[in-house]
Write a new protein. Structure first.
Lengths: 498, 494
């Protein structure tokens, strides 16, 4: 249970949140036309006769868009409706050429499902929580108005007109901004795993309508407001924080919350009224007579299911159970599909480079990726996506450590050079002479010198101050410029110190 | 030699193929008739050069020994609801005046591919909404027919395909395309003494046809006789992946399979169509039709279509509902008329544009449709109407367990005078009472001429068939045609 509460003047309030996430379907063509969908193209360069709603033009559903929405539904364990239908949502606006949006009100493609958000003590989510998803339906996006191109005119760009969106509607199951943030992040991760949406919130591929109401804990739901088109996780959380406080203040001052549509202002972090229920459109929904009901056959559904990748929850369980990773490492590695993919390539390469089963090298690979590579990339201003170090090169480096060719500490130095130069680790180790010294003769000589120079400490050690062993190791390593094999150093020191 | 313009599709095509005359001669003859018939106002745009170019292509192909299409050398009129590349396409509205599409409708393209040529774009009721052609922005078409006895009152050619019916009846073209939403092919055909068939919903692609009511709109041919209709429909029909409601079925060779021998066939006579107040002459022609079909070997059975009464009200909910949404795209933003009063905002531009661009009947139906889809009214109107629609389809399905085709009048009256029903939209809507049920059920239905009434005006008989049984409809139509011996044509006064 979330313990997030708004402390009002008259007592505690609970916030109730539901999200409608609009996710652009990854597809080369629009929902009902063959026009392209690339982001950032010249205005009105990706517009078909259908998207411009020329007289007599007709929509034809794009199979790939339907497939992606069905796969997304499967990824949240939702009911897939084998019979669904498109409806028209009628309203006039300059960015809506048809004068209606083709959507699904009465019979959506995907029904009831759910999504798990993970416990996060620090964020105030004490335990894992299941958030209900009421439905996913597919619909057309509108075009875009540009008001900043001319002092007196507005321009219309129809590139987005007709692009396929999935509207993913949650149940009002969230009780804190943190839960809402976790929900959006988790949903985004799943969409990216499935490949049905790139989840790019800056480019508008994903945006949320945020429904917020407040109530006394345990009371009936209060009146909600809907804040439209919020386009980052942080803004979703800010919207909720602001809306909850605004509504509590309003109610405590004796007012009532008006059911209305609001807009979020990223500049101030506040919301403002856009239109009230009285001004709300009457959308006159009715079944689109240009389209037949959408009927899915078993083979289509089977193909959708068979093409689903391993999803983050299952993957995390496997990393912990089969690979023996810590819960933390498993969570970090599965949070983003790119990280998981990178890790799995690294793991396979590492196992093969060292001739061991994956489970035996998984911890080494996971620790190196999370502790060494992330840190080094971050320091160099890179991320995994554009990492100059490939998974294969990482495996090569880990193999050098595993075989004792270099030490763990030297490997960090090699990694930095790899990032800076893009060179292979073996080449770097050879070029810079970083191979670990395992020759006990050289190590013995160094140890002898150190013991001779620190006769007092040798005395103390032999007198029972065993903690000094680490000092001798450190001095030896320093004398060997870090290249001595620590195991050999230990053995030699133990022998000489007696 | 006979006047070429008296010939129909088959005779012209065969004449061109046999070398009796050239396609160019045909096109020139019809171009001349079109040019001399401005008084009828049947065309919004004439395209004599397009007709000649198509004819020349056919003549050249024939000279080169290339195979000729089913409509080769036949110039036709194109209802101005079909988008024609580079040629103004208006739906007889002001809002689309001057609109020249960069695309060709599937049906018109198929006709050109079959060797037909275009004489021009035919007038119609605005956005195909009307039964008299009086709602056209370009002035109403005048029927070539006049009442007997020197009455010169201008008569309605029917609607919405009134330009098509008038042009075929007046021999301005041997055939024309029509579209039928609630009777827009059958009623004008009946009014002007020609044949016309609305095929099963989905036979002809709607792609590129300006939409009125998507779930009802179907294209079909209008011509002098049943054979010509069959030939032309073969060239219009066919699956189109660009129309989701198009039927993915092969197109039968209807003209080759025409057969007026109806032995073993049952013809249903729906008792609910015998409505109070129906014109006695209409009932008489219906009885004639029954006798002719019996003569052709058919057995006549009484059938019941119990929900007939509810069809017209249901139609006038469903069709306007769809129209109110289909016509939302005419908003002055991207093409067509834009009326932007000084200082107007977007909403005001919409209001001004649509007020100026749509005629009264179109505005009436948009308001009607908007109303029945509104929150609080949707269930009472639209949902109920869709239930009625399902019941009507069931009525037909049950009737077709007892019969193969249904015979009924096409219209409750013969052609009325222009202006007669103009002030009473409900009286006008009643014209569709016999044609609307088949539209709601998506069934093939055709009108064939049955004879003249006492005023010398044509009457039509309607044959309704099972879904996809255009052949059965055409065969029954042919049996009537052979026995009715209809050869009347309007005296040329224009």
């Amino acid at each position: 249970m979330s313990n997030y509460r708004i402390q009002g003047a008259t007592g505690e309030w609970e916030v109730v949140i539901g999200l409608e996430v609009h996710a652009q379907v990854t597809s080369n063509a629009k929902l009902f036309s063959g026009a392209a969908t690339a982001f950032g193209a010249e205005p009105n360069s990706q517009v078909s006769l259908i998207d411009a709603a020329m007289p007599g033009m007709l929509p034809v559903p794009n199979r790939e868009c339907i497939r992606q929405a069905v796969r997304t539904g499967m990824a949240i364990d939702a009911q897939i409706n084998k019979w669904s239908r498109f409806d028209r949502k009628n309203y006039f606006y300059a960015d809506l050429p048809q004068g209606y949006q083709i959507s699904q009100l009465y019979h959506p493609l995907v029904g009831e499902g759910s999504l798990l958000i993970d416990a996060d003590e620090k964020a105030g989510i004490p335990e894992d929580k299941v958030i209900g998803v009421e439905r996913i339906h597919v619909e057309q996006d509108a075009g875009k108005l540009m008001h900043d191109q001319h002092p007196a005119k507005s321009y219309v760009d129809l590139n987005r007109s007709g692009v396929a969106l999935m509207e993913i509607v949650s149940r009002p199951d969230m009780r804190s901004p943190a839960e809402a943030g976790a929900y959006v992040r988790k949903l985004r991760a799943i969409l990216r795993y499935v490949g049905s949406c790139d989840g790019n919130m800056e480019e508008g591929s994903m945006r949320a309508d945020v429904n917020v109401s407040v109530r006394r804990p345990g009371d009936e739901f209060g009146t909600r407001t809907e804040t439209k088109n919020v386009n980052s996780v942080r803004f979703v959380m800010q919207t909720i924080e602001h809306e909850a406080v605004r509504q509590v203040e309003l109610l405590e001052a004796g007012g009532t919350v008006v059911q209305e549509t609001r807009l979020f202002d990223p500049g101030t972090g506040t919301t403002r009224s856009m239109r009230s229920k009285e001004d709300a459109h009457d959308y006159r929904y009715f079944p689109d007579p240009d389209l037949l009901p959408l009927e899915l056959d078993d083979s289509f559904i089977d193909e959708c299911r068979a093409s689903l990748p391993e999803l983050p929850d299952a993957k995390r369980k496997r990393y912990i159970g089969d690979l023996g990773l810590s819960a933390y490492n498993a969570a970090v590695l599965t949070a983003e599909v790119e990280t998981a993919r990178w890790f799995e390539t690294l793991l396979a390469e590492t196992a093969s480079a060292q001739g061991k089963p994956e489970a035996d090298v998984a911890k080494q690979a996971a620790n190196w990726l999370i502790s060494d590579l992330f840190g080094a990339l971050n320091k160099a201003g890179h991320d995994l996506e554009n990492s100059p170090v490939s998974a294969a090169a990482g495996a090569e480096l880990l193999a050098l450590v595993g075989k004792g060719t270099i030490s763990g500490s030297i490997s960090k130095q090699v990694l930095e050079t790899m990032i800076a130069t893009g060179d292979a680790p073996t080449l770097i180790v050879d070029r810079e002479g970083l191979k670990q010294e395992s020759d006990s003769g050289a190590i013995e000589a160094a140890v002898d010198t150190i013991l001779a120079n620190n006769a007092d400490k040798v005395e103390q050690y032999r007198g029972g101050k065993e903690a000094l062993f680490g000092f001798f190791v450190g001095q030896t390593m320093k004398a060997m410029q870090g290249k001595a094999n620590p195991q050999v150093v230990n053995e030699v020191l133990k022998a000489k110190l007696g | 030699m006979t006047d070429i313009t008296e010939l129909g599709v088959k005779a012209l095509r065969d004449g061109v193929a046999d070398g009796a005359f050239s396609a160019r001669e045909v096109a020139e003859a019809f171009n001349a008739n079109v040019a001399a018939a401005a008084d009828l106002n049947a065309f919004i745009v004439t395209t004599p050069d397009a007709a000649l170019a198509a004819a020349d292509k056919v003549d050249a192909d024939r000279a080169a020994g290339k195979p000729l299409g089913k409509m080769a050398g036949v110039p036709i009129g194109m209802k101005d609801l079909f988008a024609t590349r580079g040629v103004q396409t208006t739906a007889a509205s002001h809002i689309l005046e001057g609109f020249r599409p960069e695309y060709e409708s599937t049906v018109s393209q198929k006709l050109w591919d079959a060797g037909a040529g275009m004489l021009g774009k035919l007038n119609l009721d605005q956005f195909a909404m009307g039964s008299s052609n009086e709602t056209s922005h370009f002035g109403n078409v005048i029927s070539p027919w006049r009442r007997a006895g020197g009455d010169t009152a201008a008569l309605a050619p029917g609607g919405s395909s009134g330009g098509s019916s008038a042009a075929v009846a007046a021999r301005l073209c041997p055939a024309a395309t029509g579209t039928d939403t609630g009777g827009s092919i059958r009623q004008p055909a009946a009014f002007t003494g020609i044949s016309g068939i609305k095929p099963t919903y989905g036979r002809c692609s709607r792609w590129g046809i300006v939409a009125f009511a998507s779930s009802l709109d179907q294209a079909g041919p209008m011509a002098h006789d049943v054979t010509d209709c069959a030939i032309m429909l073969e060239s219009m029909a066919g699956f189109d992946p660009k129309d989701s409601t198009s039927l993915d079925l092969p197109v039968p060779d209807w003209s080759a399979a025409l057969n007026a021998d109806l032995r073993g066939k049952k013809v249903g006579i729906p008792r609910e169509y015998r409505m109070d107040g129906t014109d006695a002459e209409i009932l008489k022609s219906w009885d004639d039709g029954i006798a002719w079909l019996k003569d052709a070997g058919a057995e006549v059975v009484d059938i019941s279509l119990p929900h007939t009464k509810a069809a017209l009200p249901a139609y006038y909910i469903v069709a306007p509902a769809e129209a109110s949404s289909n016509l939302a795209r005419y908003d002055g933003v991207r093409y067509g008329l834009r009326d932007l009063p000084q200082g107007a905002n977007l909403q005001e531009m919409y209001a001004a544009t649509r007020a100026a661009g749509f005629g009264a009947e179109v505005r009436r139906r948009i308001l009607l449709g908007t109303y029945v889809l509104s929150a609080g009214f949707y269930d009472a109107y639209y949902t109920q109407a869709m239930k009625v629609r399902a019941l009507i389809a069931r009525d037909f399905a049950q009737a077709f367990e007892q019969c193969d085709v249904i015979l009924a009048p096409t219209t409750p009256t013969a052609a009325f005078a222009l202006g007669e029903n103009q002030d009473d939209p409900l009286a006008m809507y009643l014209n569709d009472v016999f044609s609307v049920p088949a539209s709601l059920a998506g069934l093939p239905a055709m009108s064939v001429p049955a004879g003249l009434n006492s005023q010398g005006l044509p009457l039509g008989l309607q044959i309704i068939g099972r879904a996809l049984d255009e052949q059965g409809v055409l065969n029954a139509g042919l049996a009537i045609e052979q026995r009715a011996g209809f050869s009347a044509k309007p005296d040329k006064w224009w």
